[in-house]
Write a protein that binds this ligand. Structure first.
Ligand SMILES: NC(=O)c1ccc[n+]([C@@H]2O[C@H](COP(=O)([O-])OP(=O)(O)OC[C@H]3O[C@@H](n4cnc5c(N)ncnc54)[C@H](OP(=O)(O)O)[C@@H]3O)[C@@H](O)[C@H]2O)c1
Length: 316
C-alpha cells in the first residue's frame, strides 16, 4: 500500500514538474524570442484599428502605440468629444503619417443592438481590420453600498457594449478577405470571485469566457486575444503605486507580440505568474486569493475618494 502511494506521489510530482517546465519554456520563448506578426501583412495594408476607451489610461496608450509603433490608422471611440479631440491630437503628433478619426459614443446611454450596428455602418467606408474593446469601469465597493445605476452602468459598459461590438465586428470581419483581430480587455479580476468588487470581477470573467469561445469558433478568420492585466497605473485604480503595478505603456508591446499566437496574455512577468498560480490555488479553496489580497488601506480609500470627487467636478 505504502509503495503504491509512493509511486502515485512520484508520478503526480513528475506531472507537475513537467507542466511547470513547459509553462516556463513558453514564457522564455514568448518574452525573449517572439517578435509578433507584421500587422500590415497579416491584417491588411493601410487598414484601420478601432479602439474603445481611447481617451484615457490603457486605451489611450494602446491608441498611441498602434499609431506610432505599428503605423495603423486609428479610430478613437469615447464618450467625451473634448477628450477625444485632445487624444486625437496627441496620437496624430506621435505619427503624422497615419490617419485618425474620432467617434463619440457612450456605452451607458446606448444599450440596443441597433445603436452599436450604427457604429459599424457609419464607418463602413474604412477598412477596419482590428478592434480593441478596452472601455471599462469599476466601482470598488461592497455590493450593499452600490446604487442600482452603478451596477447597471458597469454591466452596460463592460459586458453589453463589449459583447455587441464583438458580435458586430466578428460578422463584419468574417466577410473580409484577410484575417482580422479582436482584442478584449479583461483583468486578473476575472480569475476568481472578487468580494468588494463583485460586479466588476464577474464582468471580467464573462469577457475571458466570451473571448476564448468566440476566438475558437472563428479561428480560421480571426485572431482573438483576451488581455488580462493585473494593476495598471491609471485612473481606474486611482493611480495605484507598487511593484505589482505596470504602466499603461507596457500593454501595447505585449498585446501586439502575442496577437495571433496566444488566446490570453498579461503585461509583466509578475502578472503572468499570478495568472498561472491562481487557478490551482482555487482548486484548494476559492477564497484563498481574497485572504491574501491586501484590502485598500484607509489612506488609499481617502485618496480614491478625493480623485473620484475631483473627476466628478470635472465631468459636471
Ligand atoms: N487599470 C487597471 O489596473 C486595470 C487592470 C485590469 C484591467 N483593466 C481594464 O482595462 C480597461 C481600461 O481601463 P483603464 O485602467 O485604462 O481605465 P481608465 O483610465 O479609467 O479608462 C477607461 C476608458 O473607458 C472609457 N469609458 C468609460 N465609461 C465609458 C462609457 N460609458 N462609454 C464610453 N467610454 C467609456 C473612459 O472614457 P472617459 O475618458 O470619458 O472617462 C476611458 O477612456 C478596462 O476595461 C479595465 O477594466 C484595468
Amino acid at each position: 500500500m505504502f509503495c503504491c502511494l509512493n509511486q502515485v506521489a512520484y508520478f503526480v510530482g513528475l506531472f507537475v514538474i513537467g507542466l511547470v517546465a513547459m509553462k516556463f519554456g513558453f514564457y522564455v520563448q514568448r518574452n525573449f524570442f517572439r517578435k509578433g506578426y507584421d500587422v500590415h501583412e497579416r491584417y491588411g495594408k493601410d487598414s484601420w484599428i478601432l479602439i474603445t476607451g481611447a481617451t484615457a489610461g490603457i486605451g489611450l496608450a494602446l491608441t498611441k502605440y498602434s499609431a506610432k509603433v505599428k503605423g495603423l490608422n486609428v479610430i478613437l471611440l469615447g464618450r467625451n468629444q473634448e477628450k477625444l479631440e485632445a487624444s486625437e491630437k496627441e496620437v496624430k503628433a506621435s505619427n503624422p503619417k497615419i490617419k485618425t478619426k474620432t467617434y463619440k459614443f457612450d456605452f451607458t446611454k446606448n444599450s440596443g443592438y441597433k445603436s452599436y450596428l450604427k457604429i459599424s455602418e457609419d464607418l463602413k467606408d474604412l477598412d477596419i481590420s482590428m478592434i480593441i474593446n478596452c472601455a471599462g469601469i469599476e466601482d470598488m465597493r461592497p455590493i450593499l453600498t452600490l446604487e442600482e445605476e452603478v451596477m447597471e452602468n458597469i454591466t452596460l459598459t463592460n459586458v453589453n457594449g463589449l459583447s455587441l461590438l464583438t458580435l458586430i465586428f466578428a460578422k463584419r470581419f468574417a466577410k473580409r478577405d484577410q484575417r482580422s483581430a479582436i482584442i478584449n480587455v479583461s483583468s486578473h479580476a476575472g480569475y476568481a470571485p472578487l468580494p468588494g468588487n463583485a460586479q466588476y470581477g464577474a464582468t471580467k470573467a464573462f469577457i475571458r469566457s466570451l473571448t476564448k469561445a468566440v476566438g475558437y469558433e472563428l479561428r480560421d478568420k480571426l485572431d482573438m486575444l483576451c488581455f488580462s492585466p493585473g494593476y495598471v497605473c491609471t485612473g481606474l485604480c486611482y493611480y495605484r503605486k507598487g511593484f505589482e503595478v505596470v504602466s499603461p505603456d507596457d500593454c501595447g508591446p505585449c498585446i501586439f507580440r502575442d496577437l495571433g499566437y496566444d488566446t490570453e496574455n498579461q503585461p509583466s512577468t509578475l502578472h503572468e505568474f499570478i495568472a498561472f498560480i491562481v487557478p490551482p490555488i482555487l482548486l484548494v479553496n476559492e477564497n484563498i486569493p481574497n485572504l491574501i489580497l491586501e484590502p485598500l488601506t484607509k489612506d488609499e480609500f481617502k485618496r480614491m475618494e478625493e480623485i473620484r470627487s475631483k473627476e466628478n467636478k470635472k465631468d459636471s
